[in-house]
Design a protein around this ligand. Structure first.
Ligand SMILES: Cc1ncc(COP(=O)(O)O)c(C=O)c1O
Length: 464
Protein backbone atom coordinates (compact mmCIF):
# COMPACT_ATOMS: atom_id res chain seq x y z
CA UNK A 1 0.00 0.00 0.00
CA UNK A 2 3.01 2.31 0.27
CA UNK A 3 2.77 2.61 -3.52
CA UNK A 4 -0.29 4.80 -2.89
CA UNK A 5 1.80 7.65 -1.49
CA UNK A 6 1.59 9.86 -4.59
CA UNK A 7 0.09 13.31 -4.20
CA UNK A 8 -1.67 13.36 -7.61
CA UNK A 9 -3.30 9.97 -7.00
CA UNK A 10 -4.47 10.86 -3.49
CA UNK A 11 -5.85 14.14 -4.81
CA UNK A 12 -8.07 12.17 -7.21
CA UNK A 13 -9.05 9.65 -4.53
CA UNK A 14 -10.05 12.33 -2.01
CA UNK A 15 -11.83 14.32 -4.72
CA UNK A 16 -13.92 11.25 -5.49
CA UNK A 17 -14.51 9.80 -2.00
CA UNK A 18 -14.04 12.75 0.38
CA UNK A 19 -11.74 13.30 3.35
CA UNK A 20 -10.94 11.26 5.28
CA UNK A 21 -11.04 8.10 3.23
CA UNK A 22 -10.38 4.63 4.62
CA UNK A 23 -8.44 2.52 2.11
CA UNK A 24 -8.29 -1.28 2.48
CA UNK A 25 -6.42 -4.08 0.75
CA UNK A 26 -8.28 -7.39 0.64
CA UNK A 27 -5.46 -9.68 -0.55
CA UNK A 28 -3.52 -8.88 2.64
CA UNK A 29 -6.55 -9.85 4.72
CA UNK A 30 -6.52 -13.19 2.88
CA UNK A 31 -2.82 -13.65 3.68
CA UNK A 32 -3.50 -13.07 7.38
CA UNK A 33 -6.24 -15.72 7.35
CA UNK A 34 -3.89 -18.10 5.51
CA UNK A 35 -1.17 -17.69 8.16
CA UNK A 36 -3.66 -18.68 10.89
CA UNK A 37 -4.82 -21.64 8.81
CA UNK A 38 -1.23 -22.82 8.29
CA UNK A 39 -0.66 -23.09 12.04
CA UNK A 40 -3.95 -24.94 12.51
CA UNK A 41 -3.25 -27.31 9.65
CA UNK A 42 0.29 -27.99 10.93
CA UNK A 43 -1.33 -29.24 14.11
CA UNK A 44 -3.97 -31.21 12.16
CA UNK A 45 -6.78 -29.52 14.00
CA UNK A 46 -10.37 -29.31 12.84
CA UNK A 47 -10.90 -25.57 12.89
CA UNK A 48 -12.99 -22.56 12.01
CA UNK A 49 -11.80 -18.95 11.91
CA UNK A 50 -14.63 -16.47 12.47
CA UNK A 51 -13.60 -12.91 11.60
CA UNK A 52 -14.80 -10.56 14.40
CA UNK A 53 -16.37 -7.88 12.26
CA UNK A 54 -16.82 -5.47 15.18
CA UNK A 55 -13.16 -4.57 14.50
CA UNK A 56 -14.05 -3.16 11.05
CA UNK A 57 -17.53 -2.82 9.57
CA UNK A 58 -16.67 -3.21 5.85
CA UNK A 59 -18.66 -5.81 3.99
CA UNK A 60 -15.61 -6.68 1.88
CA UNK A 61 -14.15 -8.70 4.76
CA UNK A 62 -17.33 -10.70 5.16
CA UNK A 63 -17.22 -11.57 1.47
CA UNK A 64 -13.54 -12.46 1.60
CA UNK A 65 -13.92 -14.66 4.72
CA UNK A 66 -16.75 -16.44 2.93
CA UNK A 67 -14.63 -16.96 -0.19
CA UNK A 68 -11.80 -18.37 1.90
CA UNK A 69 -14.22 -20.80 3.49
CA UNK A 70 -14.01 -19.20 6.93
CA UNK A 71 -16.74 -17.58 8.98
CA UNK A 72 -17.80 -14.36 10.67
CA UNK A 73 -18.41 -13.51 14.33
CA UNK A 74 -21.28 -11.04 14.63
CA UNK A 75 -22.00 -8.71 17.54
CA UNK A 76 -25.31 -7.08 16.59
CA UNK A 77 -28.53 -7.51 14.64
CA UNK A 78 -27.28 -5.39 11.75
CA UNK A 79 -23.98 -7.23 11.52
CA UNK A 80 -25.81 -10.54 11.34
CA UNK A 81 -28.49 -9.30 8.94
CA UNK A 82 -25.85 -7.99 6.53
CA UNK A 83 -23.92 -11.27 6.61
CA UNK A 84 -27.07 -13.22 5.79
CA UNK A 85 -27.96 -10.76 3.00
CA UNK A 86 -24.45 -11.13 1.56
CA UNK A 87 -25.07 -14.84 1.23
CA UNK A 88 -22.87 -16.21 4.00
CA UNK A 89 -23.83 -19.77 4.86
CA UNK A 90 -25.52 -19.85 8.33
CA UNK A 91 -23.12 -22.60 9.41
CA UNK A 92 -20.28 -20.05 9.01
CA UNK A 93 -21.82 -17.50 11.35
CA UNK A 94 -21.88 -17.06 15.09
CA UNK A 95 -23.58 -14.48 17.32
CA UNK A 96 -21.56 -13.36 20.34
CA UNK A 97 -23.35 -10.04 20.92
CA UNK A 98 -23.12 -8.76 24.50
CA UNK A 99 -26.75 -7.63 24.32
CA UNK A 100 -29.04 -9.87 22.27
CA UNK A 101 -32.34 -8.15 21.62
CA UNK A 102 -35.35 -10.16 20.56
CA UNK A 103 -35.04 -9.47 16.82
CA UNK A 104 -31.41 -10.65 16.89
CA UNK A 105 -32.30 -13.89 18.68
CA UNK A 106 -35.24 -14.43 16.31
CA UNK A 107 -33.11 -13.85 13.21
CA UNK A 108 -30.44 -16.26 14.44
CA UNK A 109 -32.90 -18.98 15.42
CA UNK A 110 -34.87 -18.68 12.16
CA UNK A 111 -31.64 -19.11 10.21
CA UNK A 112 -30.21 -21.90 12.41
CA UNK A 113 -27.26 -19.73 13.41
CA UNK A 114 -25.21 -20.57 16.49
CA UNK A 115 -25.83 -18.32 19.49
CA UNK A 116 -23.21 -18.00 22.22
CA UNK A 117 -25.20 -17.57 25.43
CA UNK A 118 -23.92 -15.53 28.34
CA UNK A 119 -26.49 -15.89 31.11
CA UNK A 120 -29.67 -17.70 32.11
CA UNK A 121 -31.96 -14.86 30.98
CA UNK A 122 -30.70 -15.50 27.46
CA UNK A 123 -31.54 -19.21 27.85
CA UNK A 124 -35.09 -18.25 28.86
CA UNK A 125 -35.60 -15.94 25.89
CA UNK A 126 -34.09 -18.34 23.38
CA UNK A 127 -36.36 -21.14 24.63
CA UNK A 128 -39.40 -18.86 24.32
CA UNK A 129 -38.60 -17.70 20.78
CA UNK A 130 -37.65 -21.20 19.60
CA UNK A 131 -40.99 -22.49 20.94
CA UNK A 132 -42.86 -19.76 19.08
CA UNK A 133 -41.00 -20.67 15.90
CA UNK A 134 -41.55 -24.43 16.49
CA UNK A 135 -37.88 -25.11 16.09
CA UNK A 136 -34.67 -25.77 18.02
CA UNK A 137 -31.91 -23.27 18.74
CA UNK A 138 -28.21 -24.03 18.34
CA UNK A 139 -26.23 -22.77 21.31
CA UNK A 140 -22.73 -22.53 22.70
CA UNK A 141 -22.01 -21.40 26.25
CA UNK A 142 -19.64 -18.60 27.20
CA UNK A 143 -17.45 -19.47 30.16
CA UNK A 144 -15.28 -17.23 32.36
CA UNK A 145 -13.70 -17.04 35.82
CA UNK A 146 -10.68 -19.22 34.99
CA UNK A 147 -7.93 -19.55 37.58
CA UNK A 148 -4.53 -18.38 36.36
CA UNK A 149 -1.48 -18.37 38.64
CA UNK A 150 -3.75 -18.76 41.69
CA UNK A 151 -5.85 -15.74 40.71
CA UNK A 152 -9.40 -15.90 39.45
CA UNK A 153 -9.77 -13.88 36.23
CA UNK A 154 -12.73 -11.56 36.57
CA UNK A 155 -15.07 -11.02 33.63
CA UNK A 156 -18.52 -9.51 33.35
CA UNK A 157 -19.21 -12.00 30.58
CA UNK A 158 -20.21 -15.64 30.66
CA UNK A 159 -20.98 -18.36 33.19
CA UNK A 160 -18.45 -18.95 35.92
CA UNK A 161 -16.37 -22.07 35.23
CA UNK A 162 -17.14 -23.28 38.76
CA UNK A 163 -20.90 -23.38 38.23
CA UNK A 164 -21.34 -23.94 34.51
CA UNK A 165 -21.12 -27.73 34.66
CA UNK A 166 -23.91 -28.07 37.21
CA UNK A 167 -25.95 -25.42 35.34
CA UNK A 168 -25.72 -27.45 32.12
CA UNK A 169 -26.40 -30.79 33.81
CA UNK A 170 -29.34 -29.49 35.87
CA UNK A 171 -30.99 -27.52 33.10
CA UNK A 172 -30.22 -28.62 29.58
CA UNK A 173 -32.11 -31.91 29.55
CA UNK A 174 -35.04 -30.55 31.52
CA UNK A 175 -38.22 -29.38 29.78
CA UNK A 176 -37.27 -25.86 30.70
CA UNK A 177 -34.70 -25.62 27.89
CA UNK A 178 -35.79 -28.49 25.67
CA UNK A 179 -35.48 -26.40 22.48
CA UNK A 180 -31.81 -25.64 23.07
CA UNK A 181 -29.24 -27.81 21.43
CA UNK A 182 -25.79 -27.60 23.06
CA UNK A 183 -22.82 -27.58 20.67
CA UNK A 184 -19.81 -26.17 22.44
CA UNK A 185 -17.92 -23.82 24.75
CA UNK A 186 -16.66 -20.31 24.24
CA UNK A 187 -14.45 -17.78 25.99
CA UNK A 188 -12.92 -14.44 25.10
CA UNK A 189 -10.42 -13.01 27.57
CA UNK A 190 -9.64 -9.40 28.21
CA UNK A 191 -5.97 -8.46 27.83
CA UNK A 192 -3.28 -10.19 25.83
CA UNK A 193 -1.89 -13.03 27.92
CA UNK A 194 -0.95 -16.24 26.10
CA UNK A 195 -0.77 -18.27 29.31
CA UNK A 196 -4.20 -17.08 30.48
CA UNK A 197 -5.64 -18.25 27.17
CA UNK A 198 -3.69 -21.49 27.42
CA UNK A 199 -5.08 -22.14 30.90
CA UNK A 200 -8.63 -21.23 29.83
CA UNK A 201 -8.49 -23.55 26.82
CA UNK A 202 -7.13 -26.35 28.97
CA UNK A 203 -9.92 -25.82 31.52
CA UNK A 204 -12.52 -25.95 28.73
CA UNK A 205 -11.10 -29.23 27.41
CA UNK A 206 -11.36 -30.68 30.94
CA UNK A 207 -14.92 -29.33 31.24
CA UNK A 208 -15.80 -30.92 27.89
CA UNK A 209 -14.53 -34.25 29.25
CA UNK A 210 -16.70 -34.00 32.35
CA UNK A 211 -19.73 -32.99 30.27
CA UNK A 212 -19.17 -35.95 27.96
CA UNK A 213 -19.41 -38.33 30.93
CA UNK A 214 -22.80 -36.78 31.67
CA UNK A 215 -23.96 -37.18 28.06
CA UNK A 216 -23.23 -33.76 26.56
CA UNK A 217 -20.94 -33.68 23.56
CA UNK A 218 -18.79 -30.58 23.03
CA UNK A 219 -18.21 -30.24 19.29
CA UNK A 220 -16.13 -27.07 19.47
CA UNK A 221 -14.23 -24.79 21.80
CA UNK A 222 -14.06 -21.16 20.66
CA UNK A 223 -11.15 -19.17 22.14
CA UNK A 224 -12.39 -15.73 21.01
CA UNK A 225 -9.88 -13.11 19.82
CA UNK A 226 -7.29 -10.82 21.34
CA UNK A 227 -4.24 -12.08 19.38
CA UNK A 228 -1.58 -9.40 19.61
CA UNK A 229 -0.46 -7.39 16.61
CA UNK A 230 2.99 -5.85 16.18
CA UNK A 231 2.79 -2.25 14.95
CA UNK A 232 6.39 -1.11 15.39
CA UNK A 233 9.74 -1.89 13.80
CA UNK A 234 11.90 -2.11 16.90
CA UNK A 235 11.68 -2.78 20.59
CA UNK A 236 14.26 -0.07 21.17
CA UNK A 237 11.95 2.52 19.58
CA UNK A 238 9.09 1.37 21.85
CA UNK A 239 11.18 1.48 25.01
CA UNK A 240 12.76 4.81 24.10
CA UNK A 241 9.32 6.38 23.68
CA UNK A 242 8.22 5.11 27.09
CA UNK A 243 11.39 6.45 28.71
CA UNK A 244 11.11 9.88 27.07
CA UNK A 245 7.42 10.13 27.97
CA UNK A 246 8.18 9.44 31.63
CA UNK A 247 10.95 12.06 31.56
CA UNK A 248 8.59 14.61 29.97
CA UNK A 249 5.88 14.00 32.58
CA UNK A 250 8.48 14.44 35.34
CA UNK A 251 9.52 17.74 33.71
CA UNK A 252 13.00 16.46 32.91
CA UNK A 253 12.66 17.30 29.20
CA UNK A 254 10.35 19.22 26.80
CA UNK A 255 6.88 17.81 26.34
CA UNK A 256 6.44 15.14 23.66
CA UNK A 257 2.65 14.98 23.91
CA UNK A 258 -0.03 17.65 23.68
CA UNK A 259 -0.43 19.39 27.06
CA UNK A 260 2.24 16.97 28.35
CA UNK A 261 -0.43 14.25 28.44
CA UNK A 262 1.10 11.29 30.29
CA UNK A 263 -0.97 8.70 28.37
CA UNK A 264 -1.57 7.04 31.75
CA UNK A 265 1.45 8.38 33.65
CA UNK A 266 0.89 11.18 36.17
CA UNK A 267 2.98 13.16 38.57
CA UNK A 268 1.67 13.01 42.14
CA UNK A 269 3.56 15.04 44.73
CA UNK A 270 6.69 14.77 42.63
CA UNK A 271 6.35 10.99 42.15
CA UNK A 272 5.57 9.41 38.78
CA UNK A 273 2.56 7.12 39.13
CA UNK A 274 0.38 5.11 36.73
CA UNK A 275 1.39 3.21 33.62
CA UNK A 276 1.31 3.65 29.87
CA UNK A 277 -2.35 3.24 29.06
CA UNK A 278 -2.06 2.41 25.37
CA UNK A 279 -2.23 -0.77 23.33
CA UNK A 280 1.13 -2.60 23.65
CA UNK A 281 2.31 -1.60 20.18
CA UNK A 282 5.49 -3.68 20.04
CA UNK A 283 5.06 -7.46 20.18
CA UNK A 284 7.54 -10.06 19.04
CA UNK A 285 5.00 -12.86 19.36
CA UNK A 286 2.00 -11.83 17.38
CA UNK A 287 -0.98 -12.91 15.24
CA UNK A 288 -0.84 -16.59 14.20
CA UNK A 289 2.30 -17.20 16.34
CA UNK A 290 0.45 -15.91 19.37
CA UNK A 291 -2.47 -18.23 18.59
CA UNK A 292 -0.04 -21.14 18.03
CA UNK A 293 1.41 -20.66 21.52
CA UNK A 294 -2.08 -20.87 23.04
CA UNK A 295 -2.56 -24.16 21.19
CA UNK A 296 0.85 -25.46 22.25
CA UNK A 297 0.32 -24.52 25.89
CA UNK A 298 0.75 -27.50 28.24
CA UNK A 299 -0.70 -27.60 31.73
CA UNK A 300 1.76 -29.24 34.14
CA UNK A 301 2.20 -32.92 33.35
CA UNK A 302 -0.32 -32.79 30.51
CA UNK A 303 -0.35 -32.95 26.76
CA UNK A 304 -0.55 -29.70 24.81
CA UNK A 305 -3.95 -28.15 24.17
CA UNK A 306 -3.54 -29.00 20.47
CA UNK A 307 -2.85 -32.69 21.24
CA UNK A 308 -5.85 -32.88 23.56
CA UNK A 309 -8.18 -31.25 21.02
CA UNK A 310 -6.93 -33.54 18.24
CA UNK A 311 -7.33 -36.70 20.30
CA UNK A 312 -10.81 -35.75 21.44
CA UNK A 313 -11.92 -34.64 17.99
CA UNK A 314 -12.99 -31.20 19.26
CA UNK A 315 -12.99 -28.42 16.67
CA UNK A 316 -11.01 -25.31 17.66
CA UNK A 317 -12.66 -22.03 16.76
CA UNK A 318 -11.48 -18.47 17.16
CA UNK A 319 -12.71 -14.94 16.49
CA UNK A 320 -9.73 -12.80 15.52
CA UNK A 321 -10.55 -9.21 14.62
CA UNK A 322 -7.54 -6.91 14.94
CA UNK A 323 -4.99 -9.57 13.95
CA UNK A 324 -6.72 -10.36 10.65
CA UNK A 325 -6.75 -6.63 9.87
CA UNK A 326 -3.04 -6.07 10.40
CA UNK A 327 -1.46 -4.15 7.50
CA UNK A 328 -4.62 -4.01 5.47
CA UNK A 329 -5.90 -0.48 5.91
CA UNK A 330 -5.05 3.18 6.20
CA UNK A 331 -6.83 6.48 6.73
CA UNK A 332 -5.95 9.45 4.53
CA UNK A 333 -7.00 13.02 5.30
CA UNK A 334 -6.44 16.37 3.62
CA UNK A 335 -4.66 19.26 5.34
CA UNK A 336 -7.07 22.16 5.92
CA UNK A 337 -4.91 24.70 7.78
CA UNK A 338 -1.71 25.34 9.71
CA UNK A 339 -1.37 27.71 12.64
CA UNK A 340 0.69 28.34 15.72
CA UNK A 341 -1.08 28.16 19.07
CA UNK A 342 -0.47 30.52 21.97
CA UNK A 343 2.46 28.35 23.13
CA UNK A 344 4.06 28.57 19.69
CA UNK A 345 3.31 24.94 18.81
CA UNK A 346 2.35 24.24 15.21
CA UNK A 347 -1.14 22.80 14.75
CA UNK A 348 -2.04 21.19 11.43
CA UNK A 349 -5.82 20.94 11.01
CA UNK A 350 -7.06 17.94 9.02
CA UNK A 351 -10.39 17.31 7.31
CA UNK A 352 -11.36 14.55 9.74
CA UNK A 353 -12.31 14.22 13.39
CA UNK A 354 -11.09 12.35 16.43
CA UNK A 355 -13.77 9.64 16.18
CA UNK A 356 -12.53 8.62 12.74
CA UNK A 357 -9.28 7.28 14.16
CA UNK A 358 -9.86 6.16 17.68
CA UNK A 359 -9.81 2.98 19.73
CA UNK A 360 -9.83 2.23 23.44
CA UNK A 361 -6.06 2.85 23.46
CA UNK A 362 -5.22 6.28 24.92
CA UNK A 363 -3.22 7.14 21.81
CA UNK A 364 -2.28 5.58 18.48
CA UNK A 365 1.50 5.32 18.59
CA UNK A 366 2.31 5.02 14.89
CA UNK A 367 3.85 7.84 12.90
CA UNK A 368 1.85 8.88 9.85
CA UNK A 369 3.35 9.69 6.45
CA UNK A 370 2.78 13.12 5.01
CA UNK A 371 2.38 13.22 1.24
CA UNK A 372 3.63 16.63 0.12
CA UNK A 373 2.85 18.22 -3.20
CA UNK A 374 6.04 20.30 -3.00
CA UNK A 375 9.01 18.24 -1.87
CA UNK A 376 10.72 19.52 1.30
CA UNK A 377 13.96 21.45 1.02
CA UNK A 378 16.68 20.69 3.54
CA UNK A 379 16.46 22.22 7.02
CA UNK A 380 12.69 22.73 6.91
CA UNK A 381 12.05 20.34 9.80
CA UNK A 382 9.17 21.20 12.07
CA UNK A 383 7.27 19.64 14.99
CA UNK A 384 3.48 19.59 14.78
CA UNK A 385 0.29 18.28 16.33
CA UNK A 386 -2.54 17.14 14.04
CA UNK A 387 -5.94 18.48 15.05
CA UNK A 388 -9.48 17.48 14.05
CA UNK A 389 -12.84 19.02 13.22
CA UNK A 390 -14.82 18.64 16.45
CA UNK A 391 -15.45 21.70 18.62
CA UNK A 392 -13.49 20.14 21.47
CA UNK A 393 -10.10 21.17 22.76
CA UNK A 394 -9.28 17.48 22.95
CA UNK A 395 -9.76 16.81 19.23
CA UNK A 396 -6.04 16.24 18.82
CA UNK A 397 -5.80 13.35 16.34
CA UNK A 398 -2.54 11.99 17.73
CA UNK A 399 -1.48 13.14 21.16
CA UNK A 400 2.17 12.87 20.24
CA UNK A 401 4.14 15.76 18.81
CA UNK A 402 5.41 14.69 15.40
CA UNK A 403 8.52 15.74 13.64
CA UNK A 404 8.03 16.38 9.90
CA UNK A 405 10.50 17.20 7.16
CA UNK A 406 8.55 20.42 6.53
CA UNK A 407 5.30 22.12 7.43
CA UNK A 408 2.55 20.61 5.26
CA UNK A 409 0.69 22.90 2.85
CA UNK A 410 -3.09 23.16 2.56
CA UNK A 411 -4.10 20.28 0.29
CA UNK A 412 -1.24 17.96 1.31
CA UNK A 413 -2.30 14.56 2.64
CA UNK A 414 -1.64 12.72 5.86
CA UNK A 415 -1.65 8.93 5.66
CA UNK A 416 -2.30 7.14 8.95
CA UNK A 417 -1.03 3.60 8.50
CA UNK A 418 -2.49 0.33 9.80
CA UNK A 419 -5.78 1.76 11.04
CA UNK A 420 -8.18 -0.96 9.83
CA UNK A 421 -8.42 -2.77 13.20
CA UNK A 422 -10.72 -0.77 15.51
CA UNK A 423 -9.25 2.66 14.60
CA UNK A 424 -11.63 3.51 11.74
CA UNK A 425 -15.07 2.55 12.91
CA UNK A 426 -15.24 1.62 16.56
CA UNK A 427 -16.02 5.08 17.89
CA UNK A 428 -16.93 6.99 14.71
CA UNK A 429 -19.76 9.44 15.18
CA UNK A 430 -21.72 11.89 13.07
CA UNK A 431 -21.59 14.78 15.53
CA UNK A 432 -21.85 18.19 13.80
CA UNK A 433 -23.56 16.16 11.02
CA UNK A 434 -20.22 15.35 9.45
CA UNK A 435 -20.41 12.55 6.92
CA UNK A 436 -18.89 9.27 8.00
CA UNK A 437 -15.69 8.43 6.13
CA UNK A 438 -16.03 6.48 2.89
CA UNK A 439 -14.59 2.97 2.97
CA UNK A 440 -12.88 1.82 -0.19
CA UNK A 441 -10.92 -1.21 -1.33
CA UNK A 442 -7.83 -0.90 -3.47
CA UNK A 443 -6.46 -3.51 -5.82
CA UNK A 444 -3.93 -2.66 -8.49
CA UNK A 445 -5.03 -3.61 -11.99
CA UNK A 446 -2.43 -1.89 -14.19
CA UNK A 447 1.27 -1.02 -14.00
CA UNK A 448 0.68 1.88 -11.67
CA UNK A 449 -2.04 2.53 -9.07
CA UNK A 450 -4.89 4.54 -10.58
CA UNK A 451 -8.28 5.85 -9.51
CA UNK A 452 -10.05 2.91 -11.22
CA UNK A 453 -8.34 0.57 -8.73
CA UNK A 454 -10.49 1.92 -5.89
CA UNK A 455 -14.01 0.60 -5.23
CA UNK A 456 -16.47 1.58 -2.52
CA UNK A 457 -17.09 -1.11 0.08
CA UNK A 458 -20.73 -1.33 -1.00
CA UNK A 459 -19.54 -2.28 -4.51
CA UNK A 460 -17.16 -4.95 -3.33
CA UNK A 461 -20.07 -7.04 -2.08
CA UNK A 462 -21.06 -7.72 -5.69
CA UNK A 463 -18.14 -10.12 -5.78
CA UNK A 464 -20.19 -12.71 -3.88
C1 LIG B 1 -16.39 -12.13 21.95
C2 LIG B 1 -15.29 -11.49 21.17
N1 LIG B 1 -14.71 -12.19 20.18
C3 LIG B 1 -13.72 -11.65 19.44
C4 LIG B 1 -13.25 -10.36 19.67
C5 LIG B 1 -12.16 -9.82 18.78
O1 LIG B 1 -11.01 -9.51 19.46
P1 LIG B 1 -9.70 -9.01 18.67
O2 LIG B 1 -10.13 -8.01 17.67
O3 LIG B 1 -8.83 -8.43 19.72
O4 LIG B 1 -9.10 -10.21 18.03
C6 LIG B 1 -13.82 -9.61 20.70
C7 LIG B 1 -13.34 -8.25 20.97
O5 LIG B 1 -13.76 -7.53 21.82
C8 LIG B 1 -14.88 -10.18 21.47
O6 LIG B 1 -15.47 -9.49 22.46
Amino acid sequence: MTELGKHELLEEVIEQFGSPVNIHHLPSFGSNIKSFENELEKRELKHKILFARKANKCQGFVVESHKLNQGVDTASYNELKECIALGVDPSQLVVTAAIKEERLLRLAIQNEILLILDNEDEFIQVQKIANELHTDARIGIRVSGFTHEDQKLYSRFGFDIEIVESFICNNLTSNKYSALSYEGLHFHLNGYSISQRGVALNACVALADRLKEKGYTTHFIDIGGGFLVNYLESQQEWEAFDEQLRKAVKGERDEITHGNNGLGYELLEGELIGRLNTYPYYNEVNKSNFMAQVLDYKAEGEKSNAQLLREKGIEIRMEPGRSLLDQIGMTVARVAFRKQDSKGDWLVGLEMNMTQMRSSSTDFLLDPDVIFKEKPATNDEVEVYFTGAYCLEQDILLKRKLSLSKLPDIGDFVMFINTAGYMMHFYESEAHLFDLATNVFYEKTGDRPALVDFARDAHVQQLV
